[in-house]
Design a protein around this ligand. Sequence first.
Ligand SMILES: C[S@@+](CC[C@H](N)C(=O)[O-])C[C@H]1O[C@@H](n2cnc3c(N)ncnc32)[C@H](O)[C@@H]1O
Length: 192
Amino acid sequence: MTLSDRREMPTVYEPAEDSRLLADAIIDRIDADERVLEVGTGSGYVAARVSEETGARVVGSDINPEACRRAREEGLEAVRGNLTDPFRRNSFDVVCFNPPYLPTPPEQEWDDPLEHALSGGEDGRRLIRPFLADVGRILRPDGRVYLLVSSLTDIDAVAKLADDAGMETREIAEESFPFERLVTLEITHRNS
Ligand SMILES: C[S@@+](CC[C@H](N)C(=O)[O-])C[C@H]1O[C@@H](n2cnc3c(N)ncnc32)[C@H](O)[C@@H]1O
């Protein structure tokens, strides 16, 4: 690969079917007076749609500084950080996340921003695991998490991780493709 090839490679995840499925599923479930966080905002597509179509106040976050820059260019508030780490207890009514979920063997991992946008480690749940373990902390008692998952990521195993964190899960949208089924999960505190 030449240096100019490398410069032309995208460094931010471009919106795809998963981004659209997540945005379409959640727009009608968010009220204008709610505070929303999109973890892993990438280009800011989902966050911008939520902001424009619901009137809610939306913050995006991403580990990739280029993604934060892109989101800010879209007029969004963006915070660089790992998953839910930068945020305080009980801060959000809604947290949404289209995570890197593709199961990827270690020998196929690359250390670049696009790989970090796609790879979910060997079982596809590398980022989902710590996200679900902590998201209840930053969510208000009656808040909702909207998580995009794939059949490649083992949706029952994801629901079990939510259960382990004291939360319950239901499917609110799905779409099937030749190699996977994409699902949007709504996850809430168990007693909300
Ligand atoms: C599949 S992309 C989704 C991008 C965008 N939300 C969308 O739906 O088009 C996953 C995003 O998660 C971000 N990401 C990966 N690891 C992260 C981490 N530890 N903390 C925060 N964001 C992370 C990636 O940089 C990428 O922008």
